[in-house]
Design a protein around this ligand. Structure first.
Ligand SMILES: [Zn+2]
Length: 53
């Protein structure tokens, strides 16, 4: 089974949590093209963006 890098943030060493609440978090990886960009991801694993509980 493949390790989900969004549930296991240590997989991507440079990935940092910028903001977090009880439902989701905003993570960034330092990069030069889109400065300040990142991902908003749910705390609980989802297979795709359309999956809700
Ligand atoms: Zn996951």
């Amino acid at each position: 089974m493949e390790v989900c890098p969004l549930c296991n943030l240590e997989v991507l060493k440079e990935q940092q949590i910028v903001l977090k609440n009880e439902k989701c978090m905003f993570v960034q990886i330092p990069q030069e093209v889109l400065v300040g960009s990142g991902l908003i991801i749910p705390i609980e694993h989802r297979e795709n963006v359309f999956e809700r509980n």
